[in-house]
Design a binder for this molecule. Structure first.
Ligand code: HEC
Length: 453
């Protein structure tokens, strides 16, 4: 089960959803697929948990039903008594405030949904925070990361991120959220927060912000109706950038979840976005093969940095230089993240800095050491991890012994250790320069199947 295959399965689920919508044109209206997208598109800018104009949060079914500061805005089965409908319909529509009115078709769909009793088909997975999951076998580990102080190793589980002491591997906290699948996470520059990109493919994607000292969720923002990937902090720790299976790259304000940028000029899934130029710009990488430079304030496309090569599957920012590296289906490629001069030969690839060794069937993860000297990359052949010197692209070490693909790579802050994990559900720590494994463990508590509740 490669990352690519898992994505492919998710996209099939999407196609199935669209089919359902068509087939049911006369049946009950789906809140998740037909109503919530209208609110997301036209209303959430002013009606989300961080900004509840009129006291109204339209980002969840529960919020819609709760209503605003004047009480309920929707009465199931009774469109005429539903203030929400009145606010969007007809010549004296007031919502979206100062924005383009909804189309007649959208209003009719909302009316039909209310008339039909405003049914809730939000998926069961989208429930609130649960108690820590129990495991009867080691789960696939999609990502891991050392904290900036090197004391803690964060590891993705199912529905949760586990924080472990990096010295004795004991669990110090379990960050359990509603989203079953953790796709990516990153510590804030000061290490006080962890931003997690998680979701359920084809259903929802969310960004969770955790306080790492108290292990409490500070914010959970539902941001899309599909998986989100590759979350990255701005250098000042106020914003995060990420990619999404709905082909967008986005920037979110951490404090209130406000969407500052929604960039929609990719034609395929966006697997990551990173800040460059001291937070003024972002670079997004997509399966559409392009690496795009975007203004982080206006969302304007500034340049396409690469010449199309291969679908981009993962992304990392060089910690010192204005460089972005991506892993493709073929090899890691390093690019300068600066807009190109005009009048350049369209066949030239002037921003290419360097490329690294070829992998047979694609790259699943890349990571830089904190000083930017070393690059770790992994992919197929299954689970081989290679460490290259960034300056020369020479391979310096090869770490073997993984059964199956590796999805998570992280250097310890001092650069001497590399932690790896993936399909097997086992974390390994290497003294990479010596190609020696110094620890190996399953990060989650395993409950014997017979005694599991
Ligand atoms: C640009 C901001 C903005 C957008 C976008 C917006 N609203 Fe509002 N909405 C407001 C403000 C501000 C209020 C508070 C009342 C007012 O000032 O009119 C409000 C109030 C409401 C209320 C009344 C709440 C109450 O109990 O008084 C409803 C219902 C509502 N909005 C529905 C919507 C819907 C549906 C959409 C999307 C189609 C939408 N709004 C988009 C700004 C916005």
């Amino acid at each position: 089960m490669s990352r690519w295959v898992r994505h492919a399965v998710a996209s099939l689920a999407l196609v199935a959803h669209c089919g359902t919508v068509l087939a049911r044109a006369d049946g009950p209206v789906s809140y998740v697929r037909e109503i919530a997208p209208i609110f997301t598109q036209s209303c959430l800018g002013c009606h989300h948990p961080g900004k509840q104009k009129g006291g109204l949060d339209l980002s969840t079914y529960a919020g819609v039903m709760k209503g605003g500061k004047h009480g309920s805005v929707l009465v199931p089965g009774k469109p005429a008594e539903s203030h929400l409908l009145e606010s969007i319909q007809g010549a004296d529509a007031t919502m979206p405030k100062n924005g383009d009115p909804l189309s007649a078709a959208e209003c009719a769909r909302i009316e039909r949904w209310i008339r039909g009793g405003a049914p809730d088909d939000s998926p069961a997975v989208a429930t609130e925070v649960q108690s820590p999951p129990t495991y009867s076998a080691a789960p696939v580990i999609t990502t891991l990361a050392y904290a900036p102080d090197g004391q803690t190793l964060a590891v993705a589980g199912f529905h949760e991120v586990l924080l472990l002491s990096s010295t004795n591997q004991q669990i110090t906290a379990r960050l359990v959220g509603a989203a079953p699948r953790i796709e990516a996470f990153e510590y804030s520059p000061n290490g006080h927060q962890l931003a997690v990109a998680a979701g359920a493919p084809g259903v929802f994607g969310e960004i969770q912000i955790w306080d790492t000292a108290t292990a409490r969720a500070q914010h959970t923002y539902r941001v899309a109706f599909d998986s989100v990937y590759g979350v990255h902090w701005s250098p000042d720790g106020t914003r995060v950038a990420f990619g999404c299976a709905d082909k967008t790259a986005r920037v979110l304000r951490v404090e209130d979840g406000r969407e500052l940028v929604k960039f929609d000029q990719h034609s395929d899934w966006v697997f990551g976005a990173v800040f460059v130029k001291n937070g003024q710009q972002i670079v997004s990488g997509s399966r559409d093969k392009s690496l795009k430079l975007i203004d982080a304030t206006t969302g304007a496309l500034l340049d396409i940095l690469n010449r199309d090569s291969e679908p981009i599957q993962c992304l990392a920012r060089h910690p010192r230089e204005e460089w972005v590296l991506f892993g493709s289906e073929v090899r890691p490629r390093l690019y300068r993240a600066v807009a190109k001069a005009d009048n350049i030969d369209p066949n030239a690839d002037p921003n290419a800095v360097r490329e690294f060794e070829h992998f047979d069937q694609g790259i699943t993860a890349v990571a830089f050491s904190a000083d930017g000297k070393w690059l770790a990359a992994t992919g197929s052949p299954a689970g081989e991890v290679r460490i290259h010197e960034v300056a020369t692209s020479q391979r310096k070490a090869t770490l073997r012994g993984h059964a199956g693909l590796v999805f998570g790579l992280s250097f310890s802050p001092d650069g001497t250790r590399l932690a790896t994990a993936g399909y097997e559900g086992t974390v390994r720590i290497f003294d990479w320069a010596k190609e020696q494994r110094v620890a190996q463990f399953v990060p989650v508590p395993i409950v014997a199947a017979a005694s599991a509740k």
